[in-house]
Design a protein around this ligand. Structure first.
Ligand SMILES: Cc1cc2nc3c(=O)[nH]c(=O)nc-3n(C[C@H](O)[C@H](O)[C@H](O)COP(=O)(O)O)c2cc1C
Length: 415
């Protein structure tokens, strides 16, 4: 395996792959010509050029040729296909497999969906069928980025066979699903690997000794410290991290039947939570991984942020933390493939507001503003001293009152 230090600057315009004897160079791709004065949304990540940073996240929006073609036609920067494995015959889905949380506490169907749970497994379509569709897509869209998402059992030969076959289909990169929280861990797959650092190190080693295209390791948030498996995946040679996969959840209990949801023949199993409700959690995890990359991998690795993106502003937040690309899965299931146009317009509006002309102008700009709580206390002390204490919020817990409680809480909220 060649030296990792050579795979520098994931976002630089010069492809790092050009300098890597072991990794296949990404296909040259079409970059959207931005009009005069238009903020440029194009990105180059691990040598992969995309017209914008918006990528279809692995899941239903990347299940087959028809829907992936639609994504390319609508203008998505890239597509990550639904996760595939060698033997789809072992993948048996149930229905219903989704459940939704609405903003209204009484669940009014008029109120917006804020959370989404799924107990869907990886692709149940034969690998050969999926690979033929990847080939067809790359034939029709040679300039567009198609990423294969893969998962296998704890078996080196199986991983190597899967990587070889998926790479042969012409995909530009691989995303490794170390993170599916339901169903697959029962077979020592998905999150079972992402949650066990020793196992992850071994499996990541197998993957990176075999892969010849860039590898993104997709992390589970269902772990105390997401930087630990991320560090291992990067040290084992992965070019990038993708985060987050879904958060383990139980959507609710039907108070009439007393059965959990989604309910399959009277029973349920914990699933994966996604959509708007997970966005703040995803921001925190992405922030931690961005800091890890900055501090421990200064030669550069890529970061693909995922979780609850429905607006250009959601995406701007991830990029401000250091993300190179932004994935959307549930957002597409709710709003359709045309969502990408709104995402691009809103992201450009944000860029215009700050006179940013490119994504690199603001990528990671908010990361330096995270510090420890102890440091916040110190900074506040200094600020109060300097301003001769214009009273902001309460000085001590003893100052809270019953009558003014809501106002007092309000005085300490930042937005
Ligand atoms: C119905 C459904 C199926 C999913 N299937 C996969 C999958 O096969 N592989 C994978 O890596 N992630 C899968 N995910 C996780 C998403 O790619 C994504 O990480 C997660 O949903 C958070 O992003 P979102 O809020 O944009 O959906 C799935 C998510 C949903 C909702």
């Amino acid at each position: 395996m060649e030296s990792l230090t050579l795979r520098a600057s994931p976002s630089s315009t010069a492809s790092p792959l050009l300098r890597l004897p072991g990794r296949r160079r990404a296909a040259s791709v079409r970059v959207s010509a931005s009009g005069a004065g238009e903020p440029d949304l194009s990105v180059t990540v691990n040598g992969l050029k995309m017209p914008n940073p918006f990528v279809i996240g692995s899941g239903p929006p990347g299940t087959n040729y028809t829907v992936m073609k639609r994504a390319f036609d609508e203008g998505w920067g890239g597509v990550i296909a639904k996760t595939v494995s060698l033997d789809a015959g072992k993948v048996i889905n149930v229905t219903p497999r989704y459940a939704r949380l609405r903003a209204d506490p009484n669940g009014s169907t008029k109120s917006p969906i804020i959370g989404w749970q799924n107990i869907e497994l990886i692709s149940d379509r034969p690998l050969e069928t999926m690979l033929n569709e990847f080939k067809q897509l790359k034939k029709e869209y040679p300039d567009r980025i198609l990423i294969g998402s893969i998962m296998e059992e704890y078996n080196k030969a199986a991983w190597h066979e899967l990587i070889e076959r998926v790479e042969e289909s012409g995909v530009d990169a691989l995303e490794i699903n170390f993170s599916c929280p339901h169903g697959m861990p029962e077979r020592k797959m998905g999150a079972a690997v992402g949650q066990d650092c020793a196992l992850l190190e071994e499996v990541s080693g197998w993957i990176n000794e075999k892969a010849t295209v860039p590898v993104w390791s997709k992390m589970t948030p269902n772990i105390t410290d997401i930087t630990q498996p991320s560090r291992i995946a990067l040290k084992s040679g992965s070019e990038g991290i993708a985060a987050i996969n879904t958060i383990m959840s139980v959507m609710g209990i039907d108070l009439k039947t007393l059965r959990p949801e989604p309910c399959v023949e009277g029973y349920s199993t914990p699933g994966g939570y996604s959509a708007r409700a997970v966005h703040p959690i995803a921001l925190a995890k992405v922030m931690q991984i961005a800091r890890l990359i900055k501090e421990e991998f200064p030669e550069g690795r890529s970061l693909s942020a995922i979780g609850g993106v429905e607006t250009g502003n959601d995406a701007a937040e991830f990029i401000l933390l250091g993300a190179d690309t932004v994935q959307v899965c549930t957002g597409v299931m709710m709003h359709g493939y045309g969502l990408v146009k709104k995402l691009c317009t809103e992201l450009q509006d944000f860029m215009r507001m700050h006179d940013f002309t490119s994504i690199e102008d603001f990528r990671g700009a908010s990361l330096p503003y995270f510090t420890t709580h102890t440091d916040l206390v110190q900074r506040q002390k200094e600020a109060i001293k300097q301003r001769k204490a214009i009273r902001m919020g309460l000085q001590s817990d003893k100052d809270w009152t019953g009558d003014g409680f809501v106002k007092e809480t309000e005085s300490m909220v930042s937005n």
